[in-house]
Design a protein around this ligand. Sequence first.
Ligand SMILES: [Zn+2]
Length: 211
Amino acid sequence: MFEREKKQVLDTALEIKRCGLVSLSGGNVSLRAGDGQYLVTPSGMIYEEMVPDDVCLIDDDCRVIEGERKPSSDASALVYMFQHLPVNAIIHTHQPWATACGFLTDELPDFLVTIMDACKNPVKVAPFTPSSAIGMGELAVEYTDDSLAVILKHHGVVTYGKDLEEALFAAVYLEESAKTFAIAKAMGAEIPALDPELIAKEKAGWETYGQ
Ligand SMILES: [Zn+2]
């Protein structure tokens, strides 16, 4: 089942690795696959060594419905996020620039078009909670606040989307924005707040972006 979706999950995992958002088997990619069912990348596998059938289909209790692999150790947190947010795709990364910004600020403001367009709203920093536990999902939901991304302090990032592409754009453009933020801060720049009306116009333009 879900052959095309499993390939999309694997392709997205390979892309976050190509973009430098994870190393080795870090992070995970997951996709809502039906009523109470989710596709999740397997635990601890190097993405380049995976085939689509290594992607696990799990249920609301994290039981494997289809697949031979053990699902991501974050599965319970991911299921909690799917159950509490109107999203279809979740990407979890350890991207260094955004994670570093988690020590610099409690919120990455919507100061660049990339944040406004791809993350929709400022990106909040959730306090530390151990990984591979449901608490990670609870804090990720609590700190989402209508953004498509959350920075997990001392850990990494979670991004959301109506599909994998939207979650991928949020993760990649958040990383680019975080790098710009860190460089500007290191140069001693003050980052001024933008007029909310202009931010709304910018976001409206993004709706017609692309082919
Ligand atoms: Zn992690």
